[in-house]
Design a protein around this ligand. Sequence first.
Ligand SMILES: Nc1nc2c(ncn2[C@@H]2O[C@H](COP(=O)(O)OP(=O)(O)OP(=O)(O)O)[C@@H](O)[C@H]2O)c(=O)[nH]1
Ligand SMILES: [Mg+2]
Ligand SMILES: [Zn+2]
Length: 296
Amino acid sequence: MPEGRIVKALSGFYYVDNGEQVIQCRARGLFKKKDARVTPLVGDWVVYDTVSEAEGYVMEVGERTTELVRPPVANVDAAVLVFSMRTPSFSSALLDKFLVHTETAGIEAVIALSKADLADQAELDEICQKYRQIGYRVIPTSTQDKRGLEEIRQALASHIAVFAGQSGVGKSSLINALFPHARLQTGQVSHKLGRGRHTTRHVELIPLEKGSYVADTPGFSSLDFVDLTELDLAQAFREFNSYADECKFRGCLHLREPGCAVQAAVENELIDAERYEHYKQFAEELKEYQRRNKPW
Ligand SMILES: Nc1nc2c(ncn2[C@@H]2O[C@H](COP(=O)(O)OP(=O)(O)OP(=O)(O)O)[C@@H](O)[C@H]2O)c(=O)[nH]1
Ligand SMILES: [Mg+2]
Ligand SMILES: [Zn+2]
């Protein structure tokens, strides 16, 4: 049976690109029989059966190298986290949350500070420095003065990359500026609310050259911690890891444990205090999530 990659999922259809054409497929109920959790995702390699030249059924979903729940996409190896400096305003809490998801999914994150034309240089420098110190690539971008575009393009070369971030931060605009053939629809930000209008409604992979793709995705504003342990969360803060070996207790969660080297590093300003605050906040949220979802 033929194979291909799902490039779009919309209204119960999966659009499978076999390298020559895109076949519109439905999924057979077989996923329920085999493994209830496997729902085909954009980015999945699938085996399909044809019923006509351009229609078929997805029969089997291949092993995934990576998987993100929000936005729902499989097999991407890089994520451009788009965070605007204005409209909507920059949220370090949401960025830190998204970094937890990319770290635990094993996806390389590039931080794009979009709408940089609307920000002061001092503001940009501060955010850049904070996240570069931890080891992330941070690129201020603007579709107005075109800064950062070449750098993003280079970062994406030979990758399958997903663009993720809140509604209205400029994900689709950035992709259009990088790759004019994408011709994605963009929308105005509501002036009253300072929020986007959810212009992009579905995840779509856009082919670039030589097997690389970018995925545009709908904006989101909240993220849950699904399938995460407390230790996963602690390890997702990558700057903690070099200190964690020195903690008195193995499996230390760096919360209230005595002899904790991470807490000491925060006190000595070796670890950013705001990042640590977010960690504590997320640990609380995770506990709350687990309490609500206990099986009994
Ligand atoms: N000043 C400025 N405005 C920008 C920039 N990039 C995007 N915008 C504006 O931001 C608004 C939202 O852009 P979109 O690209 O639709 O945002 P999105 O992230 O795709 O939003 P959703 O599809 O709703 O998730 C539009 O009015 C754009 O013109 C930029 O670099 N500078
Ligand atoms: Mg969009
Ligand atoms: Zn510790």
